[in-house]
Design a protein around this ligand. Sequence first.
Ligand code: CMC
Length: 389
Amino acid sequence: MKIDKSKEPAKLELRPGLEGVPVTQSSICDIDGIKGDLKYRGYSIAELAQKSSFLETTFLLIWGKLPTSKELREFEKEIQMHRRLSFRVRDMMKCFPESGHPMDALQSSAASLGLFYSRRATDNPKYIYDAVVRLIAKIPTMVAAFQLIRKGQDPIQPRDDLPYSANFLYMLTEKEPDPLEARVFDRCLILHAEHSLNASTFSARVTASTLTDPYAVIASAVGTLAGPLHGGANEDVIKMLEDIKSPDQAKNFLKAAIKNKQKIMGFGHREYKVKDPRATILQTFAEELFARFGKDEMYDIAKALEAEASPMLGPKGIFPNVDFYSGLVYRKLGIPKDLFTPIFAISRVAGWLAHWREQLSANRIFRPTQIYIGEGERTWKPLEDRSIN
Ligand code: CMC
């Protein structure tokens, strides 16, 4: 007989997907999903995206304050010095199947760092600082390295004269980017750097709460980010826009999708009941690039889809999220669509590390409970006594 403990008198309330359940306190990021407002450590995302750099924002997220110019210079220098990968990591990556997804390559490569830096001292500030520097520095190099390796080439070394984002685009494309491309890319990283307790950050905090090493924390978060309901949606948005083919097909696509209860990728959010502020900012980045380098017709399809979706999904609070327009920016930078989610990870590693540090500062292992609904006590039978069913 099946047991359903939810029907017992002292019943626990089940909240699927933990919707609305606070599981920690945090001072890193604040979202107002009704106003469409996002702040990192009290600073508005629009202001940071306009005035800050990704590494300055990373410093802010992880250490809770904007750096002085000396602190920023030192942090940038440290990151620059740790960008290279051990030849062993590169050789390991050469053994990955080139048809594999770059997110899987990134998860494996990030986890492998635990083999090289195996000391675990999560109560030591120097250990924490070194791990932060190493991860922020090496994750982009891993993404770029796999891109060249899967094309049958050797990864190229980082260039010490290039700042963080320009260097990543250089390692990826083998050419120095235009300053506008590098700046837009850096601003995209700022927008994606942190977003409170989303699935991958929760994953990072759960892993962190066991006091394991930070490479395992980041690898578990990368694995969680990869799914299409989370970071993987940015790749699926472009596939969906390719399928729609032209702006005048947007309405039919939408009607059919809604009828078939199919999700529109890049739409909807657990926290926002209005358009994600990051989606609006990403549109301005896309338009800046189009004004300089020429329009992408796919942008018209995206805008037509948003316009058609507004009366159909808007009343339910379903609007474009960060993943809806980001791929259009990356496409214009010449980046293949299966690298969109790894790029999200390059940026989000800043938020994950901020949460790792915060979790360690007041740690208690995550161990929620469940409502058991399985069988009651059963008696084991030998094989010959079991019926086919
Ligand atoms: N298209 C159509 N209907 C939707 C969508 C969508 N994209 N999102 C939610 N709904 C509907 C859903 O069908 C349900 O309707 P009903 O109440 O009639 O059954 C209702 O809205 C609630 O949906 P839910 O899936 O229970 O909402 P959730 O808070 O659990 O999920 C979400 C949030 C982001 C996973 C979801 O909106 C979704 O699957 N969106 C598409 C994938 C996507 O764009 N993901 C990126 C998320 S934002 C950035 C990131 O995390 O990477």
